[in-house]
Structures are given as C-alpha cells and as structure tokens.
Design a protein around this ligand. Structure first.
Ligand code: PLP
Length: 403
C-alpha cells in the first residue's frame, strides 16, 4: 500500500528547513562549504549560553529524571508569572503559565485547542510560518493581514479590521517580529487591541525576541495594555539565553477567563497528553529570568549583535536594487529585491540559484507567506566578517541576473 501523508498536511509548510536547505545539506555532504543564514539558532554562531544556566542544568540533572507536572515545575512557572507581574501584568499567577518544549510546541497546542474546521485566525504577512502552518494543521484558515514595509513593517490595522469575519477567533501578533525585525509602538498595539475588543477576539502574542531590541527601542508586552481582554503571551529561552536546543518555552494567559473555561480545559488536556516538557530545561527557567541579563551587552554600542545588525543593514542597502528596513529588534532582515532590475520570477528558484552559484543559503520571502517573490530573509547572527562575505556573494549573484 502506498503511504501518503494525511490531508491535514495539505497546506502546511515550513520552508526555513524545507527543500532549499535540504539541497544545502546535499552540497555539504559532497564537500562544499555553505554559509547558512536560514535559521535563527544562536549557539552555532558562537553565542554561548550564560554560564549560570549551564551550571544549573548540570547540577539539576540528577533531580530531573522523572516526569514533572504537565504544565511544568512550580518554581519555573512562578518565575514566569513574576516576570510578567513586573511587566505590567500584576495579576499573573502560577496557574496561568504553561511550560513547553519550546514555543513551537505551545503554538501548536493553542491552535489545536482553539481552532475548529473552517475557523479563521488573523496572522501577519510576512509571518513566522509556524503560525500559519499550525492554524492549517488544526483545520483552520490563516487569514493574512498586511504588515506595511513603507511604514516600519508595522501591522496595517485597517487591514486587520477589514479581515475580521464571523469565523475569526484570534489575532496573532509577532513582536519583535520575525522576519522583519519590526518592534511595534504602544500606539499600534492599542489599535490592534481595539479591534480585538470590538469583536471579542483572543490575542496570541509571540514575544520570543522581547529582550532583543536595538537603538534604545523598548518592547511592550501587548497583554500589559489590555487587562480587560484574554491574551496569551509566548516566550522562551531559545533566543535571549541562546539555548534553543534545550527546548524551553512558555505561554502565559492574562485577563478575564470566565468566557474561556472550556478552551482552557482543552489546553489542559493537550498539556496532559504530552506528559510534560523537557524537565532539565525547566530547572533553568528561574535562573535565566532573574538577575543580570547578559544579552543586554550584546545589543549596546560595541556589542556583537548590534554590530552585526549594522553591518547587514549597511551591506544590503549598498547593493543597487536592494532596499531594506533597519531591524529594530530580533535577529533578521527582510530585504526587497527590485524585480525591474533583476530577473526573478520565483523566489524559491532564486534561493536555489543563489545557493548553487554562491554557496549561500537564505530563505525566500514566500516561505514567510509573503505574496510577492521579491524578498528574502537573512539571519544576522554570523560575525561581521561572515556577513560581509555573504552580502558580497549576494551582490555578485544579483549582478549576474541584472536585466
Ligand atoms: N516564534 C518565533 C517568532 C520564532 O522566530 C521562533 C524560532 O525561530 C519560535 C517561535 C520558536 O521558538 P522555540 O525555540 O521556543 O520553539
């Protein structure tokens, strides 16, 4: 019997680790050296975890052999609750927090608990594609709202409001944003809240880059501005603490819950079904969240992440026919290519051709559900030297496909 994938997967895709990276892996297996700028994974680029996290993890191993409570160990959940209590959500309690094997598991869990066949969830465009994929896998439709490149890549709130229907259940906000690097001001967040308030929508806010902002830009958790609405905030240790491999994330519910008891029971069932998240990693959540935050110095003048962001911005902006918004947060840039200047019909083909010709792996913009084939995403984690080399390769490649 031929085994086909289930029809549930029909609209599910995740190009960041898709066919183009598979081609890069084949090339590496043949002995080619490829610069891979497709995954926001800090450790391989020399961003080591803070020592106290590693030491704590090792110390805790003997006591972390068994399953934990499904939602996670109390000390970690308490630390997450307190993290939000001092960030404008004073009523956050331990019971409101679910730990997960990364934010990824929790995104899927929420979509499974929330979405019925035919339901709609408003998702940004471009998006971090796990959101679209998880809504589809749950049987729903991700309805994409525009983020406006000409306006700092901020969400076009009129477009959000126009796309609300009777089937809409939630609005997804990714702030700071992957792939655009945008950080949303309070005024924009308040406008989104207004739409959610008017239509009784749940707000799902992915804030995994909340500590990674540049140039003094501050991040505001949307939950802190909407105490009268139910919001779920997602975050974890993968980025700011550089331990993506530990798979440690959380989601925190805030606001009124009386109308959502049945949905929350669903979350509890799904949480029970996965038994519990990785226990050794749970033991370092409280260590990570308290005290000195070593990510900060990487973002200040002279800090590696800031210098890399600047080098990527300057290098990309200097290429004719390439325009890019300077990232105010996160670890990415999402440049636009002028298709009147360059022969690009299909951006996946562009990514393949760039890879084969220049041994450089980026992710095509349509992989982030961007509708036009004229963007790509570059990760700003490599050293300035590697980024400059990568950007030279892009410039050379583009020169070769100039009209
Ligand atoms: N959300 C966003 C916006 C991301 O960029 C990522 C990873 O790149 C994730 C969630 C997944 O993070 P985790 O490692 O916690 O699963």
């Amino acid at each position: 019997m031929i085994l086909n994938q289930s029809s549930k997967l029909r609209d599910v895709c995740y190009e960041i680790r898709g066919p183009v990276p598979a081609e890069a892996a084949r090339m590496e297996a043949e002995g080619h050296k490829v610069i891979k700028l497709n995954i926001g994974n800090p450790a391989p680029f020399g961003f080591e975890a803070p020592d106290e996290i590693l030491v704590d993890m090792i110390r805790q191993l003997p006591t972390a052999q068994g399953y934990s409570d499904s939602k996670g160990i109390p000390s970690a959940r308490r630390a997450v609750a307190q993290y939000y209590q001092v960030r404008g959500m004073p009523g956050m309690e331990l019971e409101d927090v679910y730990l997960g094997n990364g934010v990824s598991e929790l995104i899927q869990m929420v979509c499974q608990a929330l979405v019925d066949n035919g339901d709609e969830v408003l998702v940004p465009m471009p998006d971090y594609p796990l959101w679209t994929a998880s809504v589809s896998l749950a049987g729903g439709t991700a309805v994409h709202y525009r983020c406006d490149e000409e306006n700092h890549w901020w969400p076009d709130v009129t477009d959000i409001a126009d796309k609300v229907t009777e089937r809409t259940k939630a609005i997804v906000v990714i702030n700071p944003n992957n792939p655009t690097g945008a950080v949303y001001p309070e005024s924009v967040l308040k406008e989104i809240i207004e739409v959610a308030r008017k239509h009784g929508l749940l707000i799902l806010s992915d804030e995994i880059y909340d500590k990674i902002t540049y140039d003094g830009v501050t991040h505001t958790p949307i939950g802190s501005l909407a105490p009268d609405l139910l919001t779920i905030t997602f975050n974890g240790l993968s980025k700011a603490y550089r331990v993506a491999g530990f798979r440690a994330g959380w989601m925190a519910l805030y606001g009124p819950k009386d109308h959502a008891e049945n949905f929350i029971e669903g979350l509890d069932v799904l949480s029970n079904m996965r038994l519990c998240p990785n226990v050794p990693a749970q033991h370092v959540v409280a260590t990570a969240l308290g005290g000195y935050q070593s990510i900060t110095e990487l973002l200040l003048p002279g800090g590696r992440l800031l210098e890399q962001r600047d080098a990527a911005y300057e290098g990309l902006s200097a290429i004719p026919g390439v325009s890019v918004q300077k990232a105010e947060g996160a670890l990415y840039m999402f440049p636009r290519l002028d298709r009147e200047m360059y022969r690009i019909e299909d951006d996946e083909q562009f990514a393949y051709d760039l890879l084969r010709a220049k041994k450089l792996l980026v992710t095509q913009g349509t992989g982030f559900n961007y509708p036009e084939p004229d963007h790509f995403r570059l990760v700003t984690l490599p050293s300035v030297e590697v980024l400059e080399d990568a950007i030279d390769r892009i410039a050379d490649f583009l020169a070769g496909i100039r009209r």
